[in-house]
Design a protein around this ligand. Structure first.
Ligand code: GDP
Ligand code: IMO
Ligand code: MG
Length: 419
């Protein structure tokens, strides 16, 4: 069955770990949006791998991994990722890694523009400063450089000159930044293009030859960072929801059978923007330390809060989720009481429909008794403490989607199937 995996919160739900588990049963793993703003962690035999651009399936030798047209690719980051995987003895070659000819290239001026715009903005977004937003802006305004342009020296030179012409005057006039010289970028990036060339292919044609295979789509970010459905403007610049998986990969001739939404058993967020169940003080410290809540890409401390079931229910609907995978249950061990947001209030009134702005929203909580043992050792749902089962069953009933997999530790084997 073809499967799409998406995040149901604000990213970092544990998608990397879930993809690593699920890809045992797939042939091709595909990233369809985002860029190296993503950081997907897989821990195997004590070794931690963090993927920014390469799909997390690369650790399994018999899988093909693909980076779709919807992804924005920083060539330096991709090549570094390839090199460091090879150093660890992981096979990465044009046979098992395919890069879409239509993915857009993140250029140095995108990264600088991202940082300068953040600096100047009155209302900061807290971006990863990886140049993601400016690269997607160029894609939409039709001046972007695709991988197919990048590997053609003449086309690359022409597009780079055209872009620098416009961007250098914006840099100077608006930001007082000196800008970039053509020579400074061209020579270095030509070398990168030469190294990337063998991986580039026309993905729809390749996929068509593989259409009997099982595809697994690896979503990045999370539903509330989505450009359309997220907490705009505190969002990323791509469509992260399940319905973009086919457009962002060029795989229009298959149908996803399963759509798996990954959710943490609490909530985290990196960067600015509203967060109704956000915690301060001792509980924030508890989650940050026990859950090691520091960004896998930027290292920034993550904001932490209780699970928000109002958001989860909405994310399940937006993505047409058929199953939920719940992660980090072990982080809730030893809490006396666990809270889950089941309604929103504005002032003293319950908000009846989903609010367009989460800023002045107050959560209404249901409290659950905690459990006082480690759930990491369990491999069967029926063995979990009664209180943990009660919490999981409530989430399932509230969101009205079955929870098929529960993660109880960072290691590959720390998972249990519910159904
Ligand atoms: P992603 O972006 O959704 O792939 O998630 P990240 O990799 O950014 O962040 C998830 C973090 O939680 C990583 O450090 C994982 O190793 C870790 N993790 C995943 N599942 C579990 C779990 O069940 N328990 C614990 N304690 N850690 C987990
Ligand atoms: P994964 O795939 C968590 C957040 C940034 C910022 C906002 C916009 O690991 O779950 P951007 O650089 O995309 O323009 O930043 O989005 N953000 C993420 N937060 N996990 C991610 O990816 C994220 N990718 C972007 O922190 O708030
Ligand atoms: Mg992450």
């Amino acid at each position: 069955m073809n499967t799409v995996v998406v995040g149901l919160q604000w990213g970092d739900e544990g998608k990397g770990k879930i993809i690593d588990f699920l890809c045992k049963n797939s042939d091709v793993v595909v990233r369809f949006q985002g860029g190296n703003n993503a950081g997907h962690t897989v821990v195997i035999k004590g070794k931690k791998f963090i993927f920014h651009l390469i799909p997390s399936g690369i650790l399994r030798e018999d899988k093909v991994c693909a980076i779709g047209n919807g992804v924005v690719v920083d060539p330096k980051v991709l090549l570094t990722e390839i090199d460091s995987l090879k150093e660890c003895g992981i096979k990465v070659s044009p046979d098992n890694l395919k890069l879409s000819a239509h993915a857009h290239i993140v250029m140095p001026y995108h990264r600088i523009m991202d940082a300068l715009r953040e600096q100047k903005r009155f209302q900061k977004i807290g971006t990863t400063k990886r140049g993601i937003g400016p690269c997607y802006m160029d894609k939409v305004s039709r001046c972007g450089i695709r991988t197919v342009d990048f590997i053609n020296p003449r086309v690359f030179a022409f597009k780079l000159k055209d872009n620098l012409n416009e961007k250098n005057s914006i840099f100077k006039k608006v930001y007082g930044f000196k800008g970039f010289s053509f020579e400074g970028i061209y020579e270095e990036y030509r070398l990168l293009a030469r190294r990337l060339k063998p991986y580039i292919c026309d993905l729809p044609t390749y996929f068509y030859t593989q259409k009997k295979k099982k595809f697994l789509f690896e979503g990045a970010q999370g539903t509330f960072l989505d450009l359309d459905f997220g907490t705009y403007p505190f969002v990323t610049s791509s469509s992260v929801v399940s319905s973009n998986s086919l457009v962002g990969s060029g795989l229009s001739f298959i149908r996803p059978g399963k759509i798996i939404g990954v959710a943490k058993s609490y909530t985290t967020r990196v960067g600015e923007g509203p967060f109704p169940t956000e915690l301060k003080g001792k509980f924030l410290n508890y989650f940050r330390q026990k859950g090691v809540e520091f960004g896998a890409t930027t290292g920034r401390p993550r904001r932490c809060g209780w699970i928000d079931l109002v958001l989860l229910k909405r994310a399940a609907i937006i993505n047409n989720v058929t199953e939920i995978n719940l992660t980090k249950m072990d982080v809730l061990d030893n809490l006396k009481t666990i809270k889950a947001c089941i309604d929103y209030k504005r002032g003293s009134r319950i908000v009846s429909s989903f609010p367009s702005d989460l800023n002045r929203i107050k959560p209404v909580y249901k409290e659950f008794p905690g459990w006082q043992e480690s759930v990491s050792k369990f491999r069967k749902f029926s063995d979990l403490p009664r209180e943990a089962k009660q919490y999981i069953n409530f989430i399932e009933d509230f969101v009205k989607v079955k929870i098929s997999l529960i993660s109880v530790g960072e290691k590959r084997e720390s998972v249990l199937k519910k159904c």
